[in-house]
Design a protein around this ligand. Structure first.
Ligand code: B1M
Length: 794
C-alpha cells in the first residue's frame, strides 16, 4: 500500500547497476557473486548505501543469481540462507527508510513449454528463493532481466502463491524490440499485469534511448505502473571486456523523456553508478507521474502476440476446428497422444485468418490433463495466436491456465453454482478473460428474457473477484433452429441487450444454428451478419467457410471497423482470392517434406517423413547432407533475421535430433578392426551437438570406433577420457565464437600431460587459420572429417 500511494505522488527512483560496481570493488569475474558478497559484506554494503545516498527510493538485494540452479553451478546449496543474509545486509546498509526489493533473476534454464525444465520445478525453485528473501525482511519483489515470458510467469506465481507482496517484473528486449524468446513488450505487459504483477517494464540490454520507445509503446495498454532500468548506453567490446560509456549528464537527460513516455519507476542497469542515479533524480525532480493508461483492458495474448478486443476493432473470429466433438480423426489422434492433426489444423486456421484458436481435448476415455498439456506445449511454440481454453472440466481449465504462457480466454463460465464458485477464483488467479455462458443449473433458457438474470448474476459474482466488464464476453447462446424456430432470434436479442444495456462484449457460436439443415454455411453466415448488426464482438466459426469469412469482411466495412476499406480490398484482390481458392494438392516430394518438418520443428511427424523418404529410394547419407543439414542451417538464418526465436530454434533442433536418431542404424557400419578410434566432444560452455553427432555418425559409417563424450565438456574430462581410451584422434567441436577459444585449453592440457594423439577441430565458427594456430587439423564438414581422420591415422 505504501508503494502504491508513493507511486501516485512521484516517479520512484530505483538503484543502478550492481554487477559492474562489484567488479570495480574487486570481485573477480569467475566467482559466485552472491557468496563473494557474503565474504565481502563491506563492498556490497557500500554499493547499497551509495545508491540510497544518491536518492534511490528502492534498493535491490544482491540476489540476482541466488536460485538453486545458478548457485548449484558453484556447488552451493544453501539458497534460503544466502537470500536471507543478503537481504539483511541490504537492510543494514540502507536503514529503515528505503524500501528493499528482493531481486530474482533467471535460472539459466529453458522452461516448459519452450524447454525441458518442468514449469512446476521452476516455480518451486523461485519459491525457495522468495522464502529466503522474506526471512531477510524485503519489502517487495523484483523479477528482472527475463527473456522468457514463461520464466517470468513462474517467478511471479512463486511470489503470489507465497503471499501478497508488491511485485515488479521487468523483461529484457533485444534491438529488434523483442526478447530473445520472441515476446514484444505489449504482449509481456498484457500477460504479466493480468497474472498479478503490480508494475511491469524493462531492464538491461538497451540504452535509454530505445527503452523510452518501449515504455511509450506499453503505456496505452498499461493498467499498472511502468518501470525502466536502462544500461548506461549500448555495450561496447573493448579487448575482452564490455564497456558502457554513457556519462551521467547524457543518462540523466533521458529522465524527462521517460516521464513523458509514462514511466513510474526509473533506475539504471549495467554500467550505471550512484552518480548516474543522482543525476537522474535531479533530472526528473519537476516531473509528475502519469497514471496507468487504462483502468482495465480487454485483451488476450500468446507468448508472441496479443489481441486487444476493443469494440471498434474488426469482428474477431475464433477458429473452432480444434475440437474433437464430431471429428473422428482428431478424436483418434488425441486418444493415441499424437499431435500431427492438431499442428495441421492450427496452421490451416491461422492461414485462413482466424484471430484466436479454440482448444478442446474432451474425448471419452482420454486423460484430459495430459492431453491439454501436450496440446498447449505444441501450440505455444507453433502458433502466435492467443488460445481459448474450452472445457467443461474445471481441472482441465486450471491446468491449461497455469501452463499457458499468455493471457487466455476461458470457454466458458456458466451461471451454474459450481462453475461460479470454483472457476471464477481460478480465472481471477491467472488473470484470464472468460466467456459467460447464460446457462443455469443444467437448463438452457430458451429466451433472451430468461438469460438476462443469469448474465447479471455472473457479472455480479465476477465483480467480487475484481473482474470488470472488459474481462467478460457474453455468449449469445445459439441453439438449433431445426428444433426451435426462435433460436436464432433469441441469440440475436441476447447480443443486442448485452451490447446496449450491459455495454459488454459478445460472442456467437455460429454452427449450432444450422444443425440438421441444408445450406448450413449460408445459415451460419446469415446469423453472423445479423449478430454483427446487433453489436457482436466475436464469433466461433470454421474459417474454411468462405461464406462466413466474406460476410465478416463486408461486415467490418459496413460497421466502420475497416476504415478506408483497406482490409476488404486486400482480401478480395485477385491475387489473394486466387491464393485462397482451393488449390489442387501440390506434389511435394518426400525429401521436401523432411526439409519442411525440420523448418517447422515438427517432432511428431519427422520420423514417419524420414521413413517415407528412405522408402522412396533416397540414400540415408544423402538425406542428411543434402536435405537435413541445409534445413537446420536455414533455421539458423531465420534466427539471424529475427524471423525465428529461441523456441523455434529449439523445436527445429529437436526435430533434427529425432531424424538423426532414426537414421543412425542405417548409417552405421560395423567397426572394422584396425581402422582406429576417435574421441569426440563439444567443448566447455557449448551445448550444440548436432554437427558433432553427424561427424560421429559418418565416422562410424566408415568403420571407425567412435567414443562420443557429449557436449559442454571441460578440458580435464576430455583429456582424462583420451588418456584412458588411448584413441588415435581427439575431435573437438564448437559452434560459438565464445566457446571456440576453449579448444585451446584442451590442447594445452594435452601437451602438459604429454598426450600423444592428433587433434581435429570443427564447427560453424571454426576457420582453417584458427585451427592451425591451435596446432590442430581442420574439417569444414562431416564428409571432410572422415577424409581427415583417414589421413591423420594414416
Ligand atoms: Co545456437 N547458436 N545457441 N542453438 N544455433 C548458433 C550456433 C548461432 C550461429 C545462431 C545465430 O546467432 N545465428 C549462434 C552463435 C553465434 C556465434 O557465436 N557466432 C548461437 C547462439 C548464440 C546460441 C545461444 C547462445 C542462444 C541463446 O541462448 N542466447 C544458445 C547457446 C547455448 C550454449 O551453447 N551455451 C544456443 C542454443 C541453441 C539450441 C539449444 C536452441 C540449438 C542447439 C541444439 C543442439 O545442438 N542440440 C541451437 C541451434 C540448432 C543453432 C543453429 C541454428 C544450428 C546449429 C546446427 O546444428 N547446425 C546455429 C546457427 C547456424 O549454425 N546457422 C546456432 C547444423 C550442423 C549440422 O552444422 O554444427 O556447423 P554444424 O556442423 C557441421 C560442421 O560445422 C562440421 O560438420 C558438421 C556437419 O557437416 N563440424 C565438425 C561440426 N563439428 C565438427 C567437429 C569436427 C569436424 C567437423 O571435428 C571434431
Amino acid at each position: 500500500m505504501k508503494i502504491k500511494s508513493l507511486l501516485k505522488k512521484k516517479i520512484l527512483i530505483l538503484d543502478g547497476a550492481t554487477g559492474t560496481e562489484l567488479q570495480k570493488g574487486g570481485m573477480p569475474s569467475d566467482v559466485c557473486p552472491e557468496t563473494w558478497c557474503l565474504e565481502n559484506p563491506d563492498v556490497i554494503g557500500n554499493i547499497h548505501a551509495a545508491y540510497r545516498r544518491a536518492g534511490s527510493d528502492i534498493v535491490y538485494t544482491c540476489t540476482f543469481g541466488a536460485n538453486r540452479f545458478k548457485l548449484g553451478h558453484y556447488h552451493t546449496t544453501n539458497v534460503r540462507e544466502i537470500n536471507r543474509e543478503l537481504s539483511l545486509l541490504a537492510r543494514d546498509a540502507v536503514g529503515k527508510d528505503a524500501l528493499i526489493a528482493g531481486d530474482i533473476g533467471p535460472t539459466g534454464k529453458f522452461i516448459e513449454p519452450f524447454g525441458s525444465l518442468p514449469f512446476e520445478e521452476a516455480v518451486a525453485a523461485f519459491k525457495e528463493q522468495v522464502l529466503g528473501l522474506l526471512e531477510g525482511g524485503v519489502d517487495l519483489f523484483v523479477i528482472e532481466t527475463m527473456m522468457d515470458i514463461q520464466e517470468a510467469r513462474a517467478a511471479l506465481l512463486a511470489v503470489k502463491e507465497t503471499g501478497s507482496y508488491f511485485t515488479i517484473v521487468t523483461m529484457t528486449y533485444e534491438k529488434n524490440g523483442r526478447t530473445l524468446n520472441g515476446t514484444d513488450p505489449v504482449t509481456a505487459l498484457i500477460t504479466l499485469q493480468s497474472l498479478g504483477a503490480d508494475a511491469v517494464g524493462c531492464n538491461c540490454s538497451t540504452g535509454p534511448d530505445m527503452m523510452v520507445g518501449l515504455i511509450a509503446a506499453m503505456k496505452p495498454y498499461a493498467t499498472v505502473p511502468l518501470v525502466a532500468k536502462p544500461n548506461a548506453g549500448i555495450p561496447k567490446l573493448v579487448g575482452r571486456t564490455t564497456v558502457f560509456d554513457m556519462d551521467t549528464r547524457e543518462f540523466a537527460h533521458f529522465g524527462a523523456k521517460f516521464a513523458a513516455a509514462g514511466v513510474n519507476m526509473l533506475g539504471g542497469c549495467c554500467g550505471t553508478t550512484p552518480a548516474h542515479i543522482e543525476a537522474l533524480k535531479e533530472g526528473i525532480k519537476n516531473e509528475r507521474p502519469l497514471a496507468p493508461g487504462r483502468k482495465s483492458l480487454s485483451a488476450v495474448s500468446s507468448a508472441f502476440n496479443f489481441k486487444v478486443l476493443d469494440k471498434d476493432k474488426p469482428l474477431f473470429i475464433i477458429g473452432e476446428r480444434l475440437n474433437p466433438t464430431g471429428r473422428k480423426a482428431l478424436q483418434q489422434e488425441l486418444l493415441e497422444g499424437k499431435m500431427s492433426l492438431v499442428r495441421r489444423m492450427a496452421k490451416e486456421q491461422e492461414e485462413k485468418g482466424v484471430d484466436l484458436l479454440d482448444v478442446n481435448v474432451g474425448v471419452p476415455g482420454i486423460d484430459e490433463i495430459k492431453a491439454i498439456r501436450d496440446v498447449l506445449c505444441l501450440l505455444s511454440t507453433t502458433t502466435g495466436l492467443p488460445l481459448v481454453i474450452d472445457s467443461s472440466r474445471i481441472e482441465t481449465i486450471e491446468t491449461a491456465l497455469r501452463l499457458y504462457p499468455g493471457r487466455a480466454l476461458i470457454n466458458s463460465i456458466s451461471g451454474e453454482r459450481e462453475k461460479i464458485a470454483k472457476l471464477l477464483p481460478i480465472a481471477a488467479k491467472y488473470g484470464a478473460m472468460f466467456i459467460l455462458m447464460p446457462l443455469a443449473d443444467g437448463k438452457v433458457p430458451e429466451t433472451a428474457q430468461r438469460r438476462k438474470p443469469i448474465i447479471k448474476r455472473v457479472f455480479q459474482a465476477a465483480k467480487g473477484f475484481g473482474f470488470t466488464r472488459d474481462d467478460i464476453i457474453v455468449d449469445g447462446l445459439v441453439m438449433t433452429v431445426a428444433s426451435n424456430p426462435q433460436a436464432a432470434l433469441e441469440a440475436i436479442k441476447t447480443v443486442a441487450w448485452c451490447t446496449n444495456q450491459l455495454k459488454c462484449r459478445t460472442l456467437l457460436g455460429l454452427s449450432n444454428v444450422s444443425f440438421g439443415m441444408p445450406g448450413r454455411k449460408w445459415m451460419d453466415a446469415a446469423l453472423l451478419a445479423m449478430g454483427y448488426a446487433s453489436g457482436l464482438t466475436m464469433a466461433i466459426a470454421n474459417p474454411e467457410s468462405a461464406e462466413i469469412m466474406r460476410v465478416k469482411m463486408a461486415g467490418d466495412l459496413f460497421m466502420q471497423r475497416d476504415r478506408g476499406a483497406s482490409s476488404y480490398i486486400a482480401y478480395f484482390s485477385p491475387r489473394c482470392e486466387t491464393n485462397r481458392m482451393d488449390k489442387p494438392a501440390e506434389t511435394v516430394s518426400p525429401a521436401q517434406k523432411v526439409h519442411q518438418a525440420i523448418l517447422e520443428g515438427n517432432r511428431e511427424d519427422i520420423t514417419t517423413l524420414v521413413e517415407d523418404a528412405v522408402i522412396s529410394g533416397m540414400d540415408a547419407a544423402k538425406l542428411v547432407n543434402d536435405v537435413m543439414i541445409p534445413a537446420i542451417v536455414h533455421v539458423g538464418e531465420l534466427f539471424d533475421e529475427k524471423k525465428y526465436f529461441l523456441p523455434q530454434l529449439i523445436a527445429s533442433a529437436e526435430a533434427m535430433k529425432e531424424a538423426l536418431g532414426y537414421l543412425e542404424p542405417r548409417l552405421k557400419a560395423t567397426i572394422q578392426d584396425g581402422k582406429g578410434a576417435v574421441l569426440l566432444a563439444t567443448v566447455k560452455g557449448d551445448i550444440h551437438d548436432i554437427g558433432k553427432n553427424i561427424v560421429a555418425l559418418l565416422l562410424r559409417n566408415h568403420g571407425y570406433e567412435v567414443i562420443d563424450l557429449g557436449k559442454d565438456l571441460p578440458a580435464e574430462a576430455i583429456i582424462e577420457a583420451a588418456k584412458r581410451t588411448r584413441v588415435d584422434v581427439v575431435g573437438l567441436s564448437a559452434l560459438m565464437t565464445t566457446t571456440m577459444v576453449n579448444m585451446r585449453d584442451v590442447i594445452d592440457l594435452a601437451k602438459k600431460e604429454g598426450l600423444q594423439c592428433k587433434f581435429m577441430v570443427g564447427g560453424a565458427v571454426m576457420t582453417e587459420s584458427y585451427a592451425a594456430s591451435l596446432g590442430a587439423a581442420y574439417a569444414k564438414d562431416a564428409v571432410e572429417a572422415v577424409r581427415l581422420v583417414e589421413e591423420l591415422i594414416g
